[in-house]
Ligand binder design. Structure first.
Ligand SMILES: Nc1ncnc2c1ncn2[C@@H]1O[C@H](COP(=O)(O)OP(=O)(O)OP(=O)(O)O)[C@@H](O)[C@H]1O
Ligand SMILES: [Mg+2]
Length: 331
C-alpha cells in the first residue's frame, strides 16, 4: 500500500460553495434508494480556502455517508456553507480554535445522534458502532487528518434522537507574497516518494529531533526509503522491514532493541495489526504507530481491545511523521 499520487496533498485555492455544488450529484447518488432528502444551503460570496480538492471531497463524502447511515428511516441531510468572521468564530467558544476569519461547512442530519459517552471516541481510528463489514471506523479518522492538514478544525454537536451536525472550519485564505525559492528544490526531492511537501514554515520551529531506534515497516520501497531518510535526518536510527514477517525477524536480530515501530496497515502476508499483536506478545510495552489512509484498511477487529498505538492518516507530510513519532515516544 503506497502513497499513490492521488493521495498526495495538493492544496489549491478553492471556493467551498463550488466544491459542495459539484458534490451534489454524488451525494444524491449516495442517497438514492433511501428516504433521506438533501438540502443544500449555499453561503454567499464565500471567502477562498486552501485545501486539496479531492481530499476535501473525501471529508464531505465521509460525513455525508455517516449522516445517511444515521437516518435509516429517512430524514434530511443538510449541507451548509458560510463565512464566519473572527467574531463569529469566537462565539463558538472552542478554546482550541483561534478567533480568525474562517469558512464553515456543516453536514447535518436528523438521525440517531451520538451518545455522549462515545463522543470522544468517534475520531479514533477503528472506532465504529457499525456491524462487521459495514464500517471500518476509519472514516472520521481520515476526515480529522485531512481537516488538520488543511489547517482547519472539526467539531461535532449531537443530541441522541435529534441528530448530529459536524462543523468543519477552514481558515480564510489570504494570498501570500512569493514563497522562498528553495521550496522548489524540497518539493522535487520528496515528490519521488509522493509525500506532501512541508508548508513554508511561518511558526517557530519545533524540535523534532530524537535519538530513538525506529523499525519502519512498509512494503512499498520508495515510501519506506523516503520515510527512513527523513527520520535519519532528524537523528533517529532507522531499521527497515518490507513486510511484517521481516519485521519480526529483524526484531529478533536486534534482540528487541527498538523504541518504536512505524508500520503500514495493509501489507501482504502479515498485516500491521497482526504484527502489533505478535510483537506485543514478547514486548508488551513496545510503542507502535500505524500509517494508513483507507477505508479499505478494514482489519483492526483482530486487535485486542485497548491496545495502544499512534495513528498517522495518509496523506501526511514528512514533518507530521516526525511529530507523531516524537509524540508517541514522549507519551
Ligand atoms: N452523523 C452521525 N450520526 C450518528 N453517529 C455517527 C455519525 N457520524 C459518526 N457516527 C458514529 O461514529 C462512528 C465512527 O464513524 P466513522 O466514520 O469513523 O466510522 P464508520 O462510519 O463506523 O466506518 P467507516 O466510515 O470507516 O466506513 C460511527 O460508527 C458512528 O457510531
Ligand atoms: Mg463513516
Amino acid at each position: 500500500l503506497a502513497f499513490s499520487r492521488k493521495q498526495t496533498m495538493r492544496p489549491s485555492v478553492l471556493n467551498l460553495t463550488d466544491v459542495v455544488g459539484d458534490l451534489r450529484m454524488l451525494v444524491d447518488r449516495l442517497l438514492s434508494g433511501t428516504n433521506v432528502k438533501l438540502d443544500v444551503q449555499y453561503g454567499r460570496d464565500l471567502w477562498p480556502v486552501k485545501t486539496d480538492l479531492s481530499q476535501f471531497e473525501q471529508v464531505l463524502i465521509n460525513l455525508c455517508v455517516n449522516a445517511r447511515d444515521a437516518m435509516p428511516d429517512g430524514g434530511t441531510l443538510t449541507l451548509r456553507t458560510r463565512n464566519l468572521t473572527a467574531a463569529d468564530v469566537a462565539a463558538f467558544n472552542y478554546s482550541y480554535m483561534p478567533a480568525e476569519d474562517m469558512v464553515l461547512v456543516e453536514v447535518a442530519d436528523n438521525g440517531t445522534g451520538i451518545a455522549p459517552e462515545i463522543m470522544d471516541k468517534i475520531f479514533e481510528p477503528f472506532f465504529t458502532t457499525k456491524d462487521v463489514g459495514k464500517g471500518t471506523g476509519l472514516g472520521l479518522a481520515m476526515v480529522y487528518g485531512i481537516v488538520k492538514q488543511s489547517g482547519g478544525y472539526i467539531q461535532p454537536e449531537s443530541e441522541v434522537g435529534k441528530g448530529t451536525t459536524f462543523r468543519v472550519f477552514l481558515p480564510r485564505h489570504i494570498p501570500e507574497p512569493a514563497v522562498a525559492a528553495e521550496a522548489g528544490a524540497i518539493d522535487s526531492a520528496i515528490a519521488e516518494v509522493g509525500m506532501q511537501p512541508e508548508a513554508p514554515a511561518a511558526q517557530q520551529p519545533e524540535d523534532l529531533t530524537g535519538s530513538a531506534v525506529i523499525l519502519l515497516v512498509e512494503d512499498e520501497e520508495a515510501v519506506r526509503r523516503g520515510g527512513k531518510r527523513m527520520l535519519e535526518t532528524r537523528g533517529y536510527t532507522v531499521h527497515e522491514a518490507g513486510s511484517g514477517v521481516e519485521a519480526l525477524s529483524i526484531m529478533e536480530e536486534l534482540e528487541g532493541k527498538v523504541d518504536i515501530v512505524v508500520s503500514d496497515v495493509v501489507m501482504p502476508e502479515m498485516d500491521g495489526p497482526t504484527l502489533l499483536g505478535e510483537l506485543r506478545k514478547t514486548y508488551p510495552d513496545l510503542k507502535f504507530i500505524f500509517v494508513s489512509g483507507y477505508a479499505e484498511d478494514a482489519f483492526a477487529r483482530n486487535l485486542p481491545p485497548d491496545s495502544k498505538f499512534g495513528f498517522l492518516p495518509k496523506p501526511f507530510s514528512l514533518k507530521q511523521l516526525a511529530v507523531v513519532v516524537k509524540e508517541t515516544l514522549d507519551g
